[in-house]
Design a protein around this ligand. Sequence first.
Ligand code: BYC
Length: 313
Amino acid sequence: MNLLQEVTSDVFQDKIDQGEYIEPKDTMPEDYRKHLIRQMSQHAHSEVIGMQPEGNWITRAPSLRAKQILLAKIQDEGGHGLYLYSATETLGISRSEMIEQLHSGKAKYSSIFNYPALNWADIGAIGWLVDGAAIVNQVSLQRTSYGPYSRAMVRICKEESFHQRQGYEIMTRMMRGTKEQQQMAQDAMNRWWWPSLMMFGPHDNDSPNSNNAIKWKIKRESNDELRQKFIDKTIPQALLIGLTIPDEFYKLDEKTGHYTIGKINWDEFHNVIKGNGPCNKQRLKHHKKYHQEGAWVREAAEAYSKKQKSKLK
Ligand code: BYC
């Protein structure tokens, strides 16, 4: 680092320490910019890829009401992806570069979307557990240091809380239903519980990006702190509707008021993020196919925008 870079970096850190937001035209260290592009673009990809497991169930929703709600939710996820791609573009990367990174495997998306949604109870479990975990993380990100990311999160969180309730309503109704419906709900809980805990990322000691993220206030709380918040919030919700926690070691620590849990299977997590989860190949293949088939829409939008601009000259 040369003297000028050192001074710039100190001024930047002071700004962060004083709780100021960083805006697109502000001077920022290259590593901060790259860190944000990595996290925000992966967040955007997760929103869009996350539409796939639920999209499978639109035509098979059990009632018109359930179908309308699911359609609205999935549409929201697409919107979240768009806010986040736009916010990431303010850092000097184009949407097409981000998509290229997704397609080449350079950019990740959340591990959770590499699991299949096998039946209607899974739609309940996704809304309740997956969106529930996402909210805990995103509420914290509302105060992230990069202005456009923080503002996108405020809007996204409002919609996510409706998604979480939609999922919990499905689970509650199934638990009040027949024996078979109760078994379906429990089976979905058994399959989605552990992968939802993995959404928060590795334990703090094994999280290479956390030091910088905390120093730059990109993350306000650590992976383990947020996971614990989710566990403490979700276990009582499960017990209230009669679900069993698929963890023989979980217990409430009366002294701290927090739940402790068994060991997370990190081999499974690493295997999934390496591309070997049950649905990784299917998710990417689907995204590539429809991206290619949608090329004409992008070309038409570009031609229209050029025409509008030339009229202004
Ligand atoms: N999945 O150093 P770490 C939604 C990677 S969508 C995959 O702790 P960091 C919804 C991590 O990227 C909401 N990869 O990383 C949509 C890093 O690898 P790279 C999705 C993961 O960034 C549709 C490496 O592991 N939410 O709600 O400090 C329908 C080491 O990790 C995962 C977000 O994207 C994972 N779970 O912390 C329904 C939140 N965890 O990049 C619902 C925004 C870790 O160095 N992201 N990795 O190659 C974040 O808050 C943070 O990026 C994370 C990870 C907490 C996820």
